[in-house]
Design a binder for this molecule. Structure first.
Ligand SMILES: [Zn+2]
Ligand SMILES: [Zn+2]
Length: 299
């Protein structure tokens, strides 16, 4: 892939572009299909595994408190898992390959000479760090918040709500985590189990199971750690950004203590309930109708 893009960067002009396309469109589609196939396989496994893991446990908890996710969350879950992740990761592999091709030759060969375990640690550290900052920017930059707000409209924590995300918000966070790996050209296959575990862990963080690791919440995210991120009030919403390694929040001063669970979940302002309104609301001026809206919900 890297060589393929390197070669393409040596060509210039319309004629060369046509020649390049004619020669390599086959290779391009084979590479795309290869990425789609791997991503789809992993995503389907993730869908089935999440359902098998969390549905029975949540059903038991829901039997006690009667809180369920809206039907639109089921659509978010499978659409973001299969369609958005599948297509976005394929495009990101190309973008990452293009970035890799523009890196100095010396750096690329230095990276290739690293032992595999060093490459994998570097890739995981970069992915966690970049996604922490991408998430933090989603709260700080008004344009990004318009999209990320859809995720914060969750009024009852439940596993299937984990992927209530606007596709553009999902792509933004996904890009921050994945493009460094593609750009560094690291083979991610040895990390497949870790990536799978992390995706399932994200689902767990949104489940209705309230648990904390006590002091260790400062290092590793518990469900209560992430539940605070969904606090309807100001206290926790702009804190606890990390997806798994809470130590990033501790280091960057955004850790919210988890002694007690938050009192209420939900959006800071009215948010649309229907799927299609959630899709178009980031583009409108005042799209929310109070009669068809989600507001904060006390626990
Ligand atoms: Zn957030
Ligand atoms: Zn969340």
């Amino acid at each position: 892939m890297g060589y393929f893009l390197l070669y393409s960067s040596r060509l210039c002009g319309v004629g060369a572009c046509w020649r390049f396309l004619a020669n390599h469109v086959g290779l391009l589609s084979i590479t795309a299909v290869h990425h789609v196939r791997e991503t789809l396989a992993l995503s389907t496994l993730f869908l089935v595994f999440s359902m098998a893991m969390f549905m029975p446990v949540e059903w038991l908890v829901r039997a006690r408190n009667g809180k369920a996710a809206p039907a639109s969350d089921r659509f978010h879950f499978w659409f973001n898992t299969i369609v958005v992740a599948g297509s976005a990761l394929t495009v990101m592999a190309f973008i990452g390959g293009a970035i890799r091709a523009s890196l100095p030759e010396g750096f690329r060969s230095w990276m290739e000479e690293r032992p595999l375990w060093e490459q994998l640690i570097l890739v995981v550290a970069l992915a966690e760090l970049w996604s922490y900052w991408a998430h933090r920017l989603s709260h700080a930059v008004p344009f990004l918040w318009r999209f990320h707000k859809v995720h914060h409209s969750i009024e009852h924590m439940t596993w299937i709500s984990a992927l209530r995300q606007h596709p553009l918000d999902a792509i933004w966070i996904m890009a921050s985590a994945n493009i460094p790996a593609f750009a560094l050209g690291v083979d991610l296959r040895p990390l497949a189990a870790f990536i799978f575990f992390e995706r399932c862990y994200t689902v767990l963080l949104h489940s209705n199971l309230d648990f904390s690791y006590g002091w260790f919440d400062r290092l590793f995210a518990s469900t209560r750690f992430h539940h605070w991120h969904h606090d309807a009030g100001e206290e926790g919403r702009n804190r606890n950004f990390a997806g798994m390694f809470a130590i990033l929040d501790t280091l960057f001063g955004t850790y919210q203590p988890t002694v007690q669970p938050p009192k209420a979940f939900g959006p800071p302002e009215l948010a649309p309930r229907s799927y299609w309104k959630q899709m178009v609301s980031p583009f409108g001026r005042d799209p929310v109708n109070a009669a068809d809206s989600i507001s904060r919900v006390n626990r």
